[in-house]
Design a protein around this ligand. Structure first.
Ligand code: PHE
Length: 456
């Protein structure tokens, strides 16, 4: 039996809007900025393979679990977990899972906005024509100039955070639907154009082996954890974004079908980005390790500076990337906002502004760690790196693990069967994934990493 609850924050007008919104959340900087640089940092093909396995075996069952919990609870992650724990007669402490998720999303937003700010800055760079004919040294210098200038970073961080607050104060639905419907296909199209260009460069075959020929000697415990964390990050899993979006989903939609479609699109976007970027990197003799978080900002401008119509295409690309980041950032701010509305009775505008403001202030810490505070390190990591590491590689996997445990082990069969809306085989497959494969995967990787690190 359906739970009969409705969300006070509204409902998606159709299943398609939900798919678009979740795709908007999933496809973002994770695919185009983070996937290439994490791949470069972690030795290439072996990392890609582990990431793909994590998406299929761990990510998918958890994605279904998260959306299912959201739709059943129909509130912000914190109140959803509170209500579901009551329904299923479980400990009331499960609401803490919601708290952790809302916190993780909020922390991710603080550095996400900084990187999204780079994309806004690059729209203007592309327009100005500085990329035309630029060589690898010049594009690296352009990026270096940007990140070493706190005032410029602050400007773009502020612009991007305000854009995010603006959409959230008006409600997720207005605007988002139109944005995602046309912009996502346009972004895919531009990625394909870039891949076609990259195929004509001499570095293409080297890049393909780097991406798709796993060299297992490159794998360390930390590589596997980073691949797992990235699978969560790129699918927007483990922090309640999908739980919140699921809470606005109608009772009739099949969760497995939509989840598979979303995971395929998201993975496709990442692989296209890799195929566009690495050939250019090898062609210009850059080493993967040299890229760091600035990888795509150093590499893609070289291509735009060389190819026909490169100036226009460059502007379009960074505009689309900025919009993709925007539709993801929205899903990072929505859970906290929904919670402030429920808990404190704030208006949406007030809730979005207060949460967005605090995220903006914390973001300044990450911003300064790129320049003035770059020497300040804890465990060898700057503030930016530490926040990114903890939220992506620890909070998201732990959050996802607990969601799988709740949905797979603690929820009654009648509730989960009723929510999933799939056939028997689909249900069984999900159940095995959520009860055994996904939790075992996360636990083994986390423990392996902890001991691997302690042992070294
Ligand atoms: N999935 C988004 C991306 O790939 C980032 C994100 C993570 C959004 C977690 C929401 C929740 O850019």
């Amino acid at each position: 039996m359906a739970s009969n609850r409705t969300s006070i924050h509204g409902q998606w007008s159709s299943k398609w809007v939900f798919i678009l919104a979740v795709t908007g959340s999933a496809v973002g900087l994770g695919n185009i900025w983070r996937f290439p640089y994490a791949t470069a940092d972690n030795g290439g093909g072996a990392f890609v393979l582990v990431y793909l396995v994590c998406v299929a075996l761990v990510g998918l069952p958890i994605m279904m679990a998260e959306i299912m919990l959201g739709r059943r609870g129909r509130q912000s992650p914190i109140n959803t977990m509170k209500t579901l724990a009551e329904d299923e007669r479980q400990s009331r402490h499960w609401y803490l899972l919601g708290v952790m998720g809302v916190f993780a999303g909020f922390i991710i937003l603080t550095f996400y906005s900084i990187v999204a700010g780079w994309t806004v800055a690059y729209v203007f760079q592309a327009m100005s024509g500085v990329f035309i004919g630029a060589d690898a040294q010049q594009t690296q210098d352009l990026f270096g100039d940007l990140v070493s200038d706190p005032k410029r970073l602050l400007l773009w961080h502020t612009v991007f955070m305000s854009m995010t607050i603006f959409v959230i104060s008006r409600g997720v639905r207005s605007g988002l639907e139109q944005a995602v419907r046309y912009l996502m296909p346009a972004l895919f199209f531009l990625l394909v154009v870039l891949v076609v260009y990259s195929m004509s460069t001499p570095g293409f075959s080297e890049a393909m082996s780097f991406l798709f020929k796993p060299d297992f000697s490159q794998i360390e415990p930390s590589t596997i954890l980073v691949a797992l964390g990235h699978a969560f990050f790129t699918l927007s899993l483990g922090m309640g974004a999908l739980m919140t979006y699921g809470s606005y989903l109608s009772d009739r939609t099949s969760i497995p079908t939509t989840s598979v479609a979303i995971a395929v699109m998201d993975t496709g976007a990442a692989l296209l980005a890799g195929m566009a970027i690495f050939p250019i990197m090898f062609t210009y003799g850059l080493q993967p390790e040299e890229g760091g978080p600035g990888l795509i900002f150093k590499i893609l401008p070289i291509a735009f500076g060389q190819m026909p119509y490169g100036r226009g295409l460059g502007v379009m690309f960074f505009v689309l990337l900025m919009l993709a980041a925007w539709t993801s950032a929205i899903s990072l701010l929505e859970p906290v906002t929904a919670w402030l509305v429920e808990k404190k009775g704030y208006t949406r505008i007030r809730a979005a502004m207060s949460a967005g403001f605090v995220a903006w202030v914390l973001g300044i810490g990450s911003l300064l760690s790129l320049n003035l505070w770059s020497g300040a390190k804890l465990f060898g990591l700057t503030f930016f790196e530490l926040v990114e590491y903890l939220s992506v590689n620890v909070l998201l996997p732990v959050g996802g693990l607990l969601m799988a445990v709740f949905a797979g082990w603690l929820m009654s069969k009648s509730s989960s069967l009723d929510e999933l809306k799939s056939g028997r085989i689909g249900y069984m497959a999900w159940k095995v994934g959520a009860m055994y494969i996904a939790p075992a995967g996360v636990i083994i990787i986390l423990l392996h990493n902890a001991f691997g690190l302690w042992g070294s």
